[in-house]
Write a protein of this length. Structure first.
Length: 173
């Protein structure tokens, strides 16, 4: 019996944050929306932009730049909201991630993905699943399940729940 050698590939959605390329596993992405009005929710963390109405459901929107410690960006014609699913304590949570622009969906084989870098002992890089290599550039592959702590997701979910109760989310344009 001979073993066939196959390069296992996965698809990733690539997007831009402050001129850096990031990516998410495509199976975690539900859709990509054009930027729309985001309803602010008082007394929430700085990375929580607010909520949007997505086909009758309230979806919290997180500013990935702020969450990752980058400077806040301006909204442009390319700004978009990536709708993703994450899990916390066995519950599926849908949220929007604000990105500067979406680039493409690309295939990466396992050999082109390197482990997340260890940058000292005090910096947490656990939210980086790995570094993908495409031609002469690297792209950071985010681990959506480790990007937020359970407490942060509970806070985000609480913002969604309180807005659903008051009915104050703006409809998606």
């Amino acid at each position: 019996m001979t073993a066939a050698i196959t390069a296992e590939t996965s698809q990733y959605l690539t997007f831009i944050l402050d001129e850096e390329v990031f990516s998410l596993e495509i199976e975690r992405v539900r859709e990509v929306l054009d930027y729309t009005i985001i309803t602010k929710v008082p007394r929430t963390p700085s990375y929580l932009e607010g909520v949007i109405n997505l086909r009758g459901g309230v979806v919290p929107v997180v500013d990935l730049r702020t969450k990752l410690g980058m400077r806040a960006g301006d909204v442009t014609v390319n700004t978009c909201i990536i709708i993703v699913e994450t899990m916390v304590d066995g519950d599926r949570i849908v949220l929007g991630l604000l990105a500067d622009a979406v680039q493409e969906v690309l295939d990466l084989d396992r050999e082109s993905i390197k482990p997340a870098p260890r940058i000292g002992t005090k910096l947490d890089t656990g939210f980086i699943k790995g570094l993908g290599r495409q031609s002469d550039r690297f792209l950071m592959i985010l681990d959506i399940d480790r990007l937020f702590t359970a407490d942060e997701l509970i806070t985000v979910q609480g913002a969604r729940d309180s807005t659903e109760q008051t009915g104050s989310a703006q409809p998606v344009a």
